[in-house]
Design a protein around this ligand. Structure first.
Ligand code: NDP
Length: 290
């Protein structure tokens, strides 16, 4: 199939490569053109200007927020063809995705929100979890393409539902990470090294992705690699807050997470890695996790 990919960031770069590896013809567009050219050189994809993306049967977008997605949709709208499938892998906003889907439907283009989880490593390995919002027929059309990107591909509801699930998932990640940092810093102060505490926590009911992978792999060795910008996680937690608010759910934990991650992004900078919030907890406590 002729597929186009918009946005070769930390996630889009390996995901577009995996579509090519699965045997598709892949056109790549990136705002910074040099990255698209480098992708074409490295993987045999084809770097194209934005207009040429409209020639594809399926168009993927993987951009920071739904606002950038809406921007490229507007720019491409006059050229889009009836029957094209638009698959948005951005961690976006349910409300904005419904507006984008309505706009695309004016041209007979069908929209799916298909945000992903699994990080850069999962994108690289093609083992992402993909949560899809949209109608069933479009989902079935997209399924073979999504199979090249992820191991668990689930339709979770109509347009916007994928983005709602993703926002809740990432709020859970944010809460778990912050809470684990507070607990481990306290244990370190009390004389229990983090490695020892994690050995038992990770065999117990308090374990999470933060305690099993993020803290052991990135905090204990103080490497804090940049794979997922804090500004993007803060955005997800903001969306998560809106998802629970829209349903009238009493949600003090989601609200506190929103405040904390907004403050952290301001303090550490939007481009810091998300795991660096641990440094804030450590600074407040006057103790490092080790
Ligand atoms: P990056 O910041 O690494 O990449 C962003 C991409 O968007 C770049 O290709 C950038 O182009 C492009 N872009 C930014 N602004 C515009 C614009 N106005 N018009 C056109 N293109 C633009 O982000 P990630 O790849 O990390 O994240 C992408 C999405 O995936 C986000 O929604 C994020 O929340 C989500 N996500 C990220 C994960 C991660 O671990 N990193 C995991 C799961 C989901 P340029 O090269 O020119 O800057």
């Amino acid at each position: 199939m002729r597929v186009a990919w918009i946005g070769l960031g930390a996630m889009g770069w390996p995901m577009a490569k995996n579509l090519k590896k699965a045997g598709h013809e892949v056109l790549v567009y990136n705002r910074t053109e040099a990255k698209a050219k480098a992708h074409a050189d490295a993987f045999g994809t084809r770097a194209v200007p934005l207009e040429a993306v409209a020639d594809a049967e399926a168009i993927f977008s993987c951009l920071p927020t739904s606002d950038e997605v809406a921007g490229v949709v507007e720019a491409l709208l006059p050229r889009l063809r009836e029957g094209t499938l638009w698959i948005d892998c951005t961690s976006g906003e349910p409300e904005k995705s419904r507006a984008i889907a309505a706009r695309l439907s004016e041209k007979g283009v069908v929209f799916l929100d298909a945000p992903v989880s699994g990080g850069v490593a999962g994108a690289e390995a093609g083992t992402l979890a993909i949560m899809v919002g949209g109608d069933e027929a479009a989902f079935e059309r997209a399924r073979p393409l999504l199979a090249a990107l992820g191991r668990r591909v689930v339709r979770v509801g109509p347009v916007g539902a994928g983005h709602a699930v993703k926002a809740v998932n990432n709020t859970l990640l944010a809460v778990n990470l912050w809470a684990a940092a507070e607990g481990l810093v306290a244990l370190a102060k009390a004389g229990v090294p983090a490695g020892v505490a994690l050995e038992v926590i990770n065999a117990s009911s308090g374990r999470s992705f933060a305690t099993m992978e993020l803290i052991p792999d990135r905090v204990l060795d103080r490497s804090f690699p940049l794979t997922f910008k804090l500004g993007l996680l803060a955005k997800d937690v903001r969306i998560g807050g809106r998802v629970v608010e829209d349903q009238g759910v009493v949600s003090p934990v989601f609200h506190l997470a929103r405040e904390l991650y907004q403050a952290a992004a301001r303090e550490l900078g939007e481009d810091a890695d998300h795991v660096e919030v641990v440094r804030m907890v450590e600074r407040w406590a006057g103790e490092a996790i080790r």
